[in-house]
Design a protein around this ligand. Structure first.
Ligand code: GDP
Ligand code: MN
Length: 384
């Protein structure tokens, strides 16, 4: 589960990490009242679950009430990369001498948390990592040992942090690590981690992803989930108990079993297509689960064709076919479908589909054939 910046900062504050104080606001009136209380200059920041808000015009420094009003009006309701801004966070402006970067992620290959530090913060860290890899210091932490002082010193030296800041930056990393472990986070990223003219170290931004499967152990964090801030399709799928991840492409994908869906994504990509989502209908999917899944896939306006890849084990292909026929009755799709049914009751399933004579549905015997067909159909729009 991703947290909004201000939720991340509130989490940081609970662990003694210095953050600017501020207030969230959902209306212009609330924002201006918050700005008046905090004082000027203050910063008006869009709260959306996506980075690059500054570049998109979602972070503005207001020197007085008139500017705060203007910026709150501009930013509330703004669309940032497909995410609508429902809330802003107003915080006291910080004076910035340096912008650093700090993050902690799980490195699954190394089976350990990876801590990263750079003096080149504020900007696109991916670009820094690509163009000047040495500018991004990295260090794995043995999870049984935890983050020790020497980890902080090593990272600070490697990143080229000035001598007087090695201790305070190391202390900051130690607190971030403590937060990472205590809150069962998957990612903590602070960009920028600022150095003030008074040489204080402050987290000016916060990107926190918590492990969704651990939330039952953290009721306070679980309560932070804000369905309106999530992607509408992911929200809809979550409510229906489907495993769904939205992707950037235009080919809707449905399969049964995570492994099969993953390989379907690969095969579609290999055939030159771009999947719009990952959707695992699960083992033993019944007709109504299929209807539900089709509704979720087609609620994404970007989808131009859909690939059903079902390998019947516990899942019965005739059930899937029934679900698809019912879904066509309910949703009346306007985009082409390619269906590959293989395994338990596939003959019955294919017969049901043939008898139903659904408009714009092609069948395929193999996964490769299905992928090639759906990629072509996503371009032409019509099934033969
Ligand atoms: P992002 O673009 O979504 O990563 O949003 P950030 O919270 O990182 O803000 C983007 C940039 O705005 C930062 O790198 C800072 O340069 C600037 N910024 C944010 N808050 C302040 C502030 O309080 N004072 C000043 N001077 N600049 C700020
Ligand atoms: Mn940032």
């Amino acid at each position: 589960m991703d947290l909004l910046e201000y939720q991340g900062k509130q989490l940081f504050a609970r662990h003694g990490i210095p953050v600017p104080s501020g207030k969230p606001a959902a209306t212009v009136q609330e924002a201006v009242a918050a700005a008046d209380e905090i004082g000027y200059p203050c910063v008006v920041k869009a709260q959306v679950l996506i980075g690059g808000r500054g570049k998109a015009g979602g972070v503005k420094l207001a020197k007085d009430r008139a500017e705060a009003t203007q910026y709150a009006t501009d930013i509330l309701g703004m669309d940032i990369k497909g995410f609508t801004v429902h809330e802003v966070w107003i915080e006291g402006a910080s004076e910035i001498a340096e912008e650093y970067y700090a993050s902690i992620v799980f490195d699954r290959a190394a089976k350990a948390p990876l801590v990263m530090l750079s003096t080149q913060g504020g900007m696109d860290i991916e670009e820094v990592a690509e163009k000047t890899p040495d500018a991004l210091a990295r260090l794995h932490v043995d999870p049984l040992l935890g983050f020790q002082d020497f980890h902080g010193r090593k990272l600070a030296f490697a990143a080229g942090i000035p001598g007087d800041l090695i201790r305070p930056v190391g202390a900051m990393l130690a607190k971030l690590y403590e937060t990472f472990v205590a809150e069962e986070a998957m990612l903590i990223e602070v960009n920028p981690l600022i150095i003030t003219p008074g040489r204080d170290v402050v987290a000016l931004d916060a990107k926190v992803t918590l492990d969704g499967n651990s939330l039952y152990r953290h009721p306070d964090n679980a309560a932070l989930r804000d369905p309106s801030a999530e992607d509408p399709q992911e929200q809809m799928a979550h409510e229906r108990g489907l495993t769904y991840v939205k992707l950037d492409g235009d080919i809707g994908i449905l399969g049964n079993g995570a492994g099969l869906v993953m390989s379907t994504l690969d095969v579609v990509a290999q055939a030159g297509g771009a999947p719009a989502n990952f959707l695992d209908a699960g083992g033993g999917s019944k007709a109504d689960a299929i209807v539900s899944a089709v509704e979720v896939i087609l609620s994404d306006a970007k989808v131009r064709a859909v690939l059903f890849n079902i390998f019947g084990g516990i899942t019965r292909c005739d059930e899937v076919a029934k679900g698809l026929i019912e879904a066509f009755d309910v949703v009346k799709p306007t985009v082409p479908f390619v269906v590959r049914l293989d395994g338990t009751n596939d003959v019955e399933g294919r017969k049901l589909l043939a008898d139903a004579n659904l408009p714009n549905v092609a069948t395929a015997k193999t996964m490769n054939e299905a992928a090639e067909k759906v990629v072509e159909l996503s371009k032409t729009g019509v099934a033969a």
